[in-house]
Write a protein that binds this ligand. Structure first.
Ligand code: MLT
Length: 313
């Protein structure tokens, strides 16, 4: 009987799929790093989201491991090179949480523009202040999308329906494809200069690490707003805090963070109560997305363990 460890929170439906296929499943999303390293050698398969770090140290200990299922999109918590060297299949489930990430981005943009989160917090503290929470409309504003892929292109479509002018930068997309959805592709700096809102939809790579830092905030339109529902390390948090401090940037909506979980000691954005809204990496956390990615990840793990082949090669 194959043993599968589920070390991050996934939907129960995924666990049932594994169990129905005869796998012995250990669902343990609360292991600390030491506990995780102690037991990883016992497993043939593992399913993770973004919290479990499958780095070289962990993969060296994982002697029996044949397959890593990433219930979600980003691979940045997995050392792909080391896994490949050790003959371990690694796959993600990139489509299952697309819509949830798109909708979260739009929600963050609207909440940022209308101070929904801050006004809610104030009202819960018995404060009624319509003047302080005056907002701005997004209609007629320019949205700059960095990364016009699966998520970025859907954000574009929805933003256009709100009457926003959408521009984008994506070095990997043909202008023809962008034209089809009515989004002009511009050089990165142009997008930054022209946008009232900049939203990131790039994976984390060497190229995109701190893609928004001091230099970029300096050239952005004064009073622009930033949204990051992609990867925490795409934004230089300290540089963003400085830009907010100087009122160069009017606000930010941040779902993903350089250090997760966020604590007061590791995140300078927490002090900007009026201009920064933050969520705890919730982009892919909906009932629908969690079911989708968990079931797909489970099916892929089963397929590799039983047939030594991924479900959709
Ligand atoms: C993803 O990469 O799919 C998202 O960050 C959601 C997650 O799995 O935590």
């Amino acid at each position: 009987m194959y043993k599968v460890l589920v070390s991050d929170n996934i939907a129960q439906k995924g666990i049932e799929v594994l169990e129905n296929a005869g796998m012995k499943v250990d669902f343990n999303p609360n292991l600390n790093r030491e506990e995780f390293l102690e037991i990883i050698a016992d497993y043939d398969g593992i399913i993770v989201r973004s919290m479990t770090k499958l780095d070289k140290e962990a993969l060296t200990k994982a002697k029996k491991l044949k397959v890593i299922g990433r219930a979600g999109t980003g691979y940045d918590n997995i050392d792909l090179e080391e896994a490949t060297k050790n003959g371990i299949f690694v796959f993600n489930t990139p489509t299952g949480n697309t819509i949830s990430a798109v909708e979260h981005t739009l929600g963050m943009m609207l909440s940022l523009s209308r101070n929904i989160s801050q006004a809610n917090q104030a009202l819960h503290n018995d404060i009624w202040d319509r003047k302080k929470y005056m907002g701005v409309e997004i209609k007629g504003k320019t949205l700059g999308i960095i990364g016009l892929g699966r998520i970025g292109s859907r954000v574009a479509k929805r933003a256009q329906s709100f009457g926003m002018k959408v521009i984008a930068n994506d070095p990997y997309l043909s202008p023809k494809k962008a034209e089809k959805i009515n989004v002009p592709l511009l050089p990165f700096k142009e997008v930054l200069k022209k946008s009232d809102y900049v939203t990131l939809h790039t994976p984390l790579t060497d190229e995109t690490y701190h893609i928004l830092s001091h230099k970029e905030f300096a050239i952005m339109k004064p009073g622009a707003r930033v949204i990051n529902c992609a990867r925490g390390q795409n934004v230089d948090t300290k540089a963003l805090a400085e830009a907010l401090e100087k009122n160069k940037i009017a606000g930010a909506a941040i779902d993903v963070h350089e250090e997760e979980p966020v604590k007061a000691s590791n995140n300078p954005l927490l002090k900007f109560e009026d201009s920064v809204i933050m969520t705890c990496h919730l982009g892919g956390t909906t009932t629908e997305a969690m079911d989708n990615v968990s079931i797909t990840a489970a099916e892929e793990v089963i397929s590799v363990l039983k047939n030594n082949l991924p479900e959709s090669p």
